[in-house]
Design a protein around this ligand. Structure first.
Ligand code: HEM
Length: 473
């Protein structure tokens, strides 16, 4: 999709929501305060419209399942994510701790503002706050209809156990680190060589190496150059961006699953596919339905790494600290790099790759301010909690120390979500991304040469990874 289409899409997303809202306006009741035992406070018409325009429309237009570069560029130029945070702050200040119900026409929807409510929703997932919300099911049905994220009940428990076992969620360092870390170095070497040839390091160069790394980690070297698999994934994810508005690409999906099954049957030693082959499964597990989430989510990890490189390029003192951490630590010595892991987490705090964490209630739930009905969609908007400058002194600056110090507060920084549905690959991701960053800055100071320099004093609400460019060498 070209830039013009992307801009149109952004506008169309906003207009669609506004149009949808006009119907809601007719059906909604005026704003009011609720008393305990009553239904929760409900936003007024204009506030809901403003939330649709400032929060929902840009999130949808940028692409929920695969990012649209043109829309990302518009978001960066207009600093739309900062506007989204400011809108949320206004609503929190006006309506109090919530949760706040939105009078939408076709759906019961709540927005969460209070830290303790975030913790409750995450801790009490998947019952009564199911991960398998209607919109997620509609989107993910394009490429992983039986993935853990959109499963519920005993099937979800089975698939979650499988994901945790293979990705080794509870270990800071995956037992395959000795195999994976040299792969990171190899791919970083290729990326840097390609950047030297090109004269600069841009997203295309970086992402090609990053996707190769992802395929080697998940399926083994036999999949390194499987660009067809990449293209199939992209085609299905583009359809998934439109959720139920896009017809299913049945033939593409069949080819996609056939390819994944082929690699899982091969179970190449030294890959996650080999770990899968050794992991007990049941008839419900369906490993080929779990793996698509991994391929898809590696994209987020690449974007995060590239943005983290931009942070280091614009913060020489922290870059020097990072280089100190990696000095005399080649290969496997880089399995645990606390400062670089904190840098990656900061990249995610500032620009979360899952801005909207969604749940759907399976029954009515009681809150201090009233009752939330069953089948209500619940939105945890991560940028609001990560960048709330009315509460966080470090909201708009690079502050890796936040992740290194024992945190005293209970403020929800949730780039990997939290509770029983938290990202099961968090530790694997932090290991691979921090090792990639280490390889990219080892012996060189990264220098940003993009048109849009980063202001370290007030970091932007949106950072378009597609337009970042660094000096080569
Ligand atoms: C920077 C990279 C990543 C980030 C920020 C991230 C973040 C997240 C978040 C926020 C969720 C939870 C969504 C929710 O609560 O509804 C999630 C779920 C999940 N992630 Fe990640 N993820 C990343 C990379 C990965 C990778 C590389 C894999 C696999 C190799 C992975 C596997 C999963 C799976 C399987 C789930 C579903 C968990 C469940 O429903 O129980 N993620 N991730």
């Amino acid at each position: 999709m070209n830039k013009r289409n992307d801009n149109l899409l952004l506008a169309a997303g906003a207009l669609g929501l506004i149009g949808g809202y006009a119907v809601g306006k007719m059906l909604s009741k005026p704003a009011r305060s609720a008393t305990p035992g009553d239904t929760l406070p409900t936003a007024g018409v204009l506030d809901t419209l403003a939330l649709a325009v400032d929060v929902f429309a840009p999130t949808f237009a940028k692409g929920v399942i695969i990012r649209r570069p043109g829309a990302e560029a518009v978001a960066e130029r207009l600093d739309l994510d900062r506007r989204a945070v400011q809108r949320m702050q206004k609503l929190r200040n006006k309506y109090g701790p919530g949760p706040l119900m939105l009078p939408l026409p076709l759906r019961k929807q709540a927005v969460v503002f209070a830290p303790e409510h975030v913790r409750r929703v995450l801790d009490e997932s998947p019952e009564p706050f199911a991960t398998a919300s209607s919109e997620k099911r509609a989107a993910l049905s394009h490429f992983e209809p039986q993935g853990v994220l959109v499963s519920h009940g005993p099937e979800r428990a089975d698939r979650r156990r499988f994901n945790e076992a293979v990705l080794e969620s509870d270990r800071a360092v995956h037992h395959m680190a000795e195999r994976f870390l040299p792969l990171v170095d190899e791919e970083a070497g290729r990326i840097l060589a390609a950047a030297r040839d090109k004269g600069e390091l841009d997203w295309d160069t970086f992402s090609q190496g990053w996707y190769r790394l992802a395929r080697r980690v998940v399926f083994g070297d036999g999949a390194s150059d499987d660009l067809e698999l990449h293209d199939l994934t992209v085609a299905l994810r583009k359809a998934a961006n439109w959720a139920f508005l896009h017809p299913k690409k049945r033939a593409t999906q069949a080819r996609f699953f056939a390819r994944i099954k082929h690699y899982l049957e091969r179970a190449e030693p030294g890959s996650l596919a080999a770990v899968i082959a050794r992991t007990p499964i049941t008839a419900a597990t369906l490993p080929h339905q779990q793996v698509p989430q991994w391929l898809f989510a590696f994209d987020a990890a690449g974007m995060t790494t590239f943005r983290a490189l931009a942070l280091l390029a614009t913060h020489p003192q922290q870059a020097a600290q990072a280089r100190k951490e990696i000095r005399n630590k080649p290969g496997i010595g880089r399995k645990h790099l606390p400062f670089l892991r904190a840098t990656v987490l900061e990249s995610l705090r500032l620009w979360p790759t899952t801005p909207a964490i969604l749940r759907q209630t399976t029954r009515a739930t009681a809150w201090e301010q009233g009752t939330m009905p069953a089948k209500t969609g619940v939105l945890l908007f991560a940028p609001f909690f990560h960048r709330d400058d009315q509460r966080l002194p470090y909201a708009n600056r690079f502050a890796p120390e936040v992740w290194l110090e024992e945190r005293q507060d209970e403020w929800p920084l949730i780039p990997f979500s939290g509770g029983p549905a938290t990202c099961p690959a968090k530790n694997l991701v932090l290991m691979l991304t921090s090792a990639m960053l280490a390889a990219l800055i080892d012996g060189r100071a990264p220098r940003l040469v993009s048109d849009n320099p980063l202001d370290p004093v007030r970091l932007p609400g949106s950072l378009n990874n597609f337009s970042l460019r660094f000096a080569a060498g």
